[in-house]
Design a protein around this ligand. Structure first.
Ligand SMILES: C[S@@+](CC[C@H](N)C(=O)[O-])C[C@H]1O[C@@H](n2cnc3c(N)ncnc32)[C@H](O)[C@@H]1O
Length: 298
C-alpha cells in the first residue's frame, strides 16, 4: 500500500506490486538523492538497546557481526552504523546511501566518534549500484519503503549475499503506521479492523504534494512473498511499534537541534515502551503494530 500522501487512484493501480510507475519513480529517486537531514542525535543507550533487542530477536548477535562481511544500506546520517560499531567492528563494513549529503554527514560523524573504524563508503542508488563482492549480512533501518521497485532491489540483495547470508531491515512501516506514529489512539481499533479504510480517509484529507522520498507501507504477508519471489529461501517478519511510537509522539521525544537528547526520565519512559512492545509482540498479531522487522535468508 502507498502511504496516505498518495491518491486513492494511484494506490489502487499499484496495489501490492511495490513497483511505482516511472513518473513517481523519477521523483522519488531525485527526492532521496537530495536528502539532507542534518546532524544525528539518537546516540543514547536507549537507542542502542532497542536496536540490539531487535537484532537479537531476529537471531543476530554481536558475535555474528564481528565475524561478518557487512553491507549497511541506506545508512543516512549514521544512526545504525554508530550503534553497530558500539558493540563490535565487523570484519568488513561497507556503508551506502544515495544522498551525497547524508553519506558525507555519516562519514564525518563516524570518523569523529570511532576514529579507528575501517569502513568502505559507497554512494549510489541500490536499484542500479553494482558491488564486486559478496556479504554475510545486508542490513538497514527504515529504507525499503523508499525503493520505487522493491522486487528488483530485493532480488539484487539476494544475489549479493553469500549462501546462508542474511538480509534484514529493522524497521519498515505497516498500514497501521499513520495511526500509531501520530498517536491517534481513538482510530486504532478501526484501523486494526480495516487499515485500508482508515488510510483512504487520510488520503482524502491529505493536502499538498505526495511525499518525494517515502512510498510504501508493507503488509507482512505481501513483503514476505516479495522476498521469496526475489530468491530468499526464508522470510520472517517481527512486529514492532505500538507503545513506543505513541510514547514518542505524546511526550515530544523526537530529537532535533532544539532538543538534542532525552532526559533521564524520558529515556526510562522510552525504554519501558520498547520493552512493552517486545512483550506484546509475542502474542498480539502483526496487524496491531505500526512497524515490522523483515529478516530474509538466502
Ligand atoms: C528514512 S532514511 C533512514 C536512514 C537511516 N538508515 C536511519 O535509520 O536513520 C532512508 C535513507 O535511504 C536512503 N535511500 C533512499 N533511496 C535509496 C536508494 N535507492 N539507494 C540508496 N539509498 C537510498 C535515503 O537517502 C535515506 O538516507
Amino acid at each position: 500500500m502507498l502511504n496516505p500522501s498518495f491518491s486513492k487512484a494511484l494506490n489502487r493501480a499499484v496495489s501490492s506490486s511495490y513497483r511505482a510507475p516511472d513518473f513517481v519513480a523519477n521523483r522519488i529517486v531525485e527526492g532521496n538523492k537530495n536528502n539532507d537531514t542534518g546532524e544525528e542525535y539518537r546516540l543514547q543507550q536507549a537507542f542502542n538497546d532497542e536496536i540490539w533487542l531487535k537484532l537479537e530477536r531476529a537471531g543476530l548477535s554481536s558475535e555474528t557481526f564481528c565475524d561478518s562481511d557487512v553491507l549497511e544500506v541506506c545508512a543516512g546520517t549514521g544512526f545504525l552504523t554508530y550503534h553497530i560499531i558500539a558493540r563490535c567492528q565487523p570484519k568488513n563494513l561497507t556503508i551506502n546511501d544515495i544522498s551525497h549529503a547524508e553519506l558525507e554527514a555519516s562519514k564525518e560523524f563516524i570518523s569523529r566518534t570511532y576514529p579507528s573504524a575501517q569502513i568502505d563508503w559507497v554512494l549510489g542508488d541500490l536499484h542500479t549500484l553494482k558491488f564486486n563482492r559478496f556479504f554475510d549480512i545486508i542490513i538497514g533501518n527504515s529504507f525499503i519503503h523508499h525503493f520505487h521497485d522493491v522486487p528488483k532491489v530485493m532480488k539484487h540483495f539476494a544475489s549479493m549475499l553469500k549462501p546462508g547470508g542474511v538480509f534484514i531491515s529493522l524497521h519498515e512501516p505497516t498500514p497501521m503506521a499513520p495511526v500509531v506514529e501520530g498517536a491517534k489512539t481513538a482510530a486504532w481499533p478501526l484501523a486494526v479492523l480495516s487499515p485500508g479504510f482508515v488510510n483512504d480517509i487520510a488520503r482524502s484529507r491529505h493536502k499538498g504534494a505526495p511525499s518525494s522520498t517515502d512510498l510504501w507501507m508493507f503488509d507482512a504477508e505481501e513483503i514476505k512473498q516479495v522476498a521469496r519471489g526475489a530468491g530468499f529461501s526464508y522470510a520472517e517478519t517481527i512486529p514492532w511499534g505500538l507503545f513506543r511510537p505513541t510514547v514518542v509522539q505524546r511526550n515530544g521525544l523526537h530529537l532535533s537541534k532544539e532538543k538534542p537528547a532525552l532526559s533521564v526520565e524520558e529515556e526510562r519512559k522510552f525504554t519501558r515502551a520498547v520493552n512493552l512492545d517486545a512483550l506484546l509482540n509475542r502474542f498480539l498479531p502483526q496487524r496491531c503494530f505500526g512497524s515490522l522487522t523483515l529478516v530474509c535468508r538466502r
